[in-house]
Design a protein around this ligand. Structure first.
Ligand code: C2E
Ligand code: MG
Ligand code: MG
Length: 248
């Protein structure tokens, strides 16, 4: 099953998207986290098959939300292995064609910084071609791979996601604060949107916003939730926005 975690725009306070995160609803063991079942299928055809299912399911969800009046783009995590398959672009095109009610630009793909590096030229070409289909890219977990500046220059990704590891100690550890602030500045100078992951405290929210990070994601706002819970959350948000101002 896919759960979804909101991405919040700090300027407007609005949920501007959701990240799809896979879980295994195991008959005996309950809901399993991706770390428990993704590593064993890495670089295996099953990883590609599962990745295809994730994109298809996310597109189905975007369309269902559209029907229900919930206007939400979705980011899907994709393995570097899947992305570098020869038929990837044809597959992506076919998946989008199978979901004509998904507005253009509503699917984003997140690729780990470390896995995007394997073949920069190929990944860069895939990102460019995906853009013609209206699919944009984010570099995920930035800072935990090689933090390769050349890659930032070479890969036409729209978004950079700062890993939770840097956000975690941001208030106590001034080194982390400097690293994050520098990553934000570099990303902005490359015209990339920056998202910080793993925001758990108000202090982290304030610090990151002050550093110019416009979009935040983390348990402080919401944990990854089943789709119907996201629907409820957005409806609550809309009803707050639409509440008429009552003058005494
Ligand atoms: P990620 O893409 O960096 O996703 C963020 C992870 O951080 C998620 O863990 C999320 O539940 C967790 N998280 C979000 N906010 C907070 C917070 O405030 N505090 C803490 N402690 N954690 C937070 P999750 O769902 O266990 O996923 C782990 C990783 O598994 C993902 O990292 C992603 O790399 C991978 N993954 C998840 N779903 C998929 C998928 O459908 N396909 C592929 N290829 N990889 C996936
Ligand atoms: Mg991700
Ligand atoms: Mg991440």
């Amino acid at each position: 099953v896919l759960h979804y975690q909101p991405k919040v725009n700090m300027r407007s306070g609005e949920v501007i998207g959701a990240e799809a995160l896979i879980r295994w609803q195991h008959p005996d063991q309950g809901l399993l986290a991706p770390v428990e079942f993704l590593p064993p299928i890495a670089q295996h055809p099953l990883e590609v098959e599962l990745g295809r299912w994730v994109i298809d399911t996310a597109l189905t969800q975007i369309a269902a939300w559209q029907d229900a009046g919930v206007d939400l783009p979705v980011s899907v995590n994709i393995s570097g292995f899947h992305l570098q398959q020869a038929g990837f672009l044809d597959e992506l095109r076919a998946l989008l064609a199978a979901h004509p009610n998904v507005p253009r630009g509503y699917l984003e793909l997140e690729v780990l910084e470390s896995s995007a590096l394997e073949d920069i030229a190929l990944v860069s070409a895939v990102i460019d071609a995906s853009a013609t289909l209206g699919v944009s890219f984010a570099l995920d977990d930035f800072g935990t791979g090689y933090s390769n500046i050349l890659m930032l220059k070479s890969l036409p990704a729209r978004e950079l996601k700062i890993d939770r590891i840097f956000v975690k100690d941001i208030s106590e550890n001034s080194k982390n604060t400097k690293i994050v602030s520098t990553i934000i500045d570099i990303a902005h100078s490359m015209n990339m949107q920056v998202v910080a992951e793993g925001i758990e405290t108000q202090e982290q929210e304030i610090l990151l916003t002050q550093m110019g990070c416009g979009v935040l994601q983390g348990f402080l706002f919401a944990k990854p939730l089943p789709a119907h819970k996201i629907h409820e959350l957005i409806q609550q948000e809309n009803s707050i926005k639409q509440k008429p101002v009552v003058h005494p």
